[in-house]
Design a binder for this molecule. Structure first.
Ligand code: GSH
Length: 280
């Protein structure tokens, strides 16, 4: 039997478009737009261009929470960016997010309109704009910033690391799966210990940090993302599960999870959202 040749990196890496994997067709080693495409603009102050992945859900949960609080200025139109079709590389989207990733927000209530990209930045922008879901005291704010940034730094190991190698790579390779499974379990343990004696991540009050962390780690412990619930033994992180279930009781969280969803049972899909009545 011929032995598989060991991989030796070339002197200079070259783009191999045939590398395989679920997202091979949309991954490129260069930035910028691939085609001209104007983005649609609706009638509300906030225009969201997104998809109901965990990074998208953080923002739609926040917008629905703001509306639930009665903040009329948080009315929004949510348009679908289908990343599988490469819509994140359209010129209109790249003008709002040069990094070509959902979510991206345009606030048309300011003159000129304000663009915001990176889900953590969008959450902070909205929390500051509407003075909600962020502690008032600076020292408490620091805790909220810390957990928000923890999520932004940690989730790529869960999604781009573990999820990629466990669910999307063309073959199962033990080395990266072991490495990232260990890191994800460590992250779940961080959360589990922290939530042992707390209602929410920053104490008694629900904040943007909960929304951000829930979108990823709540999905992991409650919704079997990457089909990895058993493999990672998520059932053992009981405090994380209790906290995620508490969040999922909130109507705004339930609505936010549906916005820009373009897959799953027909009745759960909502590719675009333009009004509260879209949920009826
Ligand atoms: N750090 C970014 C990550 C956003 C991100 O990775 N978005 C993914 C979907 S969850 C995406 O748009 N991928 C398209 C691509 O990589 O081309 C954020 O939090 O906003």
């Amino acid at each position: 039997m011929a032995r598989k040749q060991k991989y030796v990196p070339a002197k200079v890496w070259k783009w191999d478009m045939e590398s395989g994997g679920r997202f091979a067709a949309i991954n490129r080693p260069v930035a910028g737009a691939t085609h001209r495409k104007k983005l649609p603009v609706g009638k509300h102050p906030l225009q969201l261009y997104s998809l109901a992945t965990p990074n998208g859900v953080k923002v739609t949960v926040m917008l629905e929470e703001l509306l639930e609080l009665g903040k009329k200025g948080a009315e929004y139109d949510a348009y679908l960016i289908n990343i599988g079709d490469g819509e994140q590389f359209g010129s209109g989207f790249v003008a709002i997010n040069p990094n070509s990733k959902i979510p991206a927000l345009l606030d048309t209530s300011t003159n000129p309109p304000t663009r915001v990209f990176e889900s953590g930045a969008i959450l902070l922008y909205l929390a500051e704009k509407f003075n909600a879901f962020i502690p008032k005291k600076l020292s408490e704010r620091a805790e909220c910033y810390s957990w928000l940034m923890w999520q932004m730094g940690s989730a790529p190991f869960l999604g781009g690391g573990f999820g990629h190698f466990y669910a999307y790579a063309p073959e199962k390779f033990q080395y990266p799966i072991d490495r990232y499974a260990m890191e994800v379990k460590r992250q779940l343990d961080v959360l589990n210990r922290h939530l042992a004696k707390r209602k929410y991540l920053c104490g008694e009050d629900y904040t943007i940090a909960d929304m951000a962390v829930y979108a990823w780690y709540g999905a992991l412990v409650l919704h079997n993302i990457y089909d990895a619930a058993e493999f990672l033994d998520v059932a053992s992180y009981k405090n994380v599960i209790r906290w995620a279930r508490r969040l999922e009781k909130r109507p705004a969280v339930q609505r936010g999870r549906r916005v820009n969803k373009a897959w799953g049972p027909e009745e759960e899909r909502m590719p675009e959202r333009h009004s509260a009545s879209d949920f009826d």
